[in-house]
Design a protein around this ligand. Structure first.
Ligand SMILES: Cc1cc2nc3c(=O)[nH]c(=O)nc-3n(C[C@H](O)[C@H](O)[C@H](O)COP(=O)(O)O)c2cc1C
Length: 364
């Protein structure tokens, strides 16, 4: 099975091509926003993955968008993550930290009542988790000043440095799924008229400044980045007729860095592409000839589809999200060809051990 073969993504040596996709699980229920003991157990259970991408991890208090998500800006967080990465390494695993700023995908509840920051004052018009009060409607965010943009770029650099200090094998820049970097890229979210808005060169500027700040702290061959070019609707409108060309520009620009990998998500949500002009039904095959770096594909894959895409040469590894939630021993299940356990969506973000560290392992 190709999925079970080792592979190198830059300086990251993976024992197999099965990547654990980043999965927000909202279990950092402490005032420090630090990873907890059950999170350590959860990741150790999944250390059979060739690479674990951590749940999205906040780079600064301003970047928060959800309750109980961990951060990587403070010493307490670095110390707590060190316990997680030590345990994952002791179990034979590899782990990178996904660096996250939510931008407009947030609520005033997470910012002392203030509007969240974004490239422009454009409300994504969705509902998000506030914590105690359940789902709430998003508000119009406040457009970032240039000083705030520079400070946020620096926050990404500090977070990358902290991730290495915490023992991660590298970092993944979270430039997908409609969060801050993606907001800068899309003209539907970015209406700026300064050097960060307008042309694709300007809209991509923030991404490349972040990448520069990150590779100043972490060797480029240990840095990956994630894109979900066809993400639309669920996290606000983002796709227009130039989106594919915009992402081609981004990937071409990233080629010069010598990065570990490009992580691409396929459209997998119902109605995601409805009314999106020029949308791509298959993302990785389109970008494969453009990207001069290893590629990880993701989005509703099973073992059979993953094998087919590896065989076709459309990617070097495949990331699994929900299957890893309910199958801690996913790699072993692929090896033995046994059926996968179903996931329970009600416990994705619910907190606590149930639906988190209690999914059974084969033979246990
Ligand atoms: C519970 C849950 C949490 C997620 N959290 C993140 C995240 O923190 N960062 C991210 O980039 N994607 C996140 N995603 C998206 C997944 O990484 C993945 O792209 C998606 O689930 C599709 O892959 P799958 O079909 O294998 O689950 C999340 C998805 C789910 C279901």
């Amino acid at each position: 099975m190709r999925l079970l073969e080792p592979v190198r993504l830059g300086e990251l040596s993976l024992a197999n091509r099965v990547v654990m996709a980043p999965l927000t699980r909202c279990r950092a229920d402490n005032p420090d926003f630090a990873p907890t003991e059950i999170m350590q157990r959860y990741y150790v259970q999944r250390a059979g993955a060739g690479l674990i991408v951590s749940e999205a991890t906040i780079i600064s208090p301003e970047g928060r968008g959800y309750p109980y998500t961990p951060g990587i800006w403070s010493d307490a967080q670095v110390e707590a993550w060190q316990r997680v990465t030590d345990a994952v390494h002791a179990a034979g695993g590899r782990m990178v930290c996904q660096l996250w700023h939510c931008g407009r995908l947030s609520l005033p509840d997470h910012h002392g009542g203030e509007a969240p920051l974004a490239p422009s004052a454009v409300n994504p018009e969705i509902e998000m988790f506030s914590g105690g009060a359940g789902l709430k409607k998003t508000v119009t965010p406040r457009a970032m000043t240039r000083e705030e943009i520079a400070a946020t770029v620096a926050d990404f650099g500090r977070a990358a440095k902290n991730a290495l200090a915490a023992g991660f094998d590298g970092v993944e820049v979270h430039s997908s799924n409609g969060y801050l970097i993606h907001q800068f890229l899309s003209p539907l979210a970015n209406r700026r008229d300064d050097e960060y808005g307008g042309s694709i060169e300007n809209r991509a500027r923030f991404f490349f400044e972040v990448l520069d700040a990150v590779v100043a702290e972490v060797p480029a061959a240990r840095v990956g980045f994630r894109l979900n070019p066809m993400m639309n609707r669920a996290h606000g409108l983002l796709v227009d007729e130039n989106t594919v060309a915009d992402f081609e520009h981004l990937v071409r620009g990233a080629n010069r860095y010598g990065l570990a990998y490009l992580h691409l998500t396929e459209p997998f949500m119902p109605k995601q592409l409805e009314g999106a002009p020029g949308a791509l039904a298959e993302v990785a095959p389109h970008f494969r000839p453009i990207a001069q770096m290893p590629m990880v594909a993701n989005g509703a894959f099973d073992a059979r589809k993953a094998e087919a895409w590896l065989e076709a040469g459309w990617c070097d590894a495949v990331a699994f999200g929900k299957p890893f939630i309910s199958n801690p021993d996913l790699v072993e299940r692929f090896r033995r060809g046994v059926p996968l356990a179903a996931w329970d969506a009600d416990t994705f973000y619910q907190g606590g051990e149930r639906g988190f560290v209690d999914y059974p392992v084969l033979g246990a």
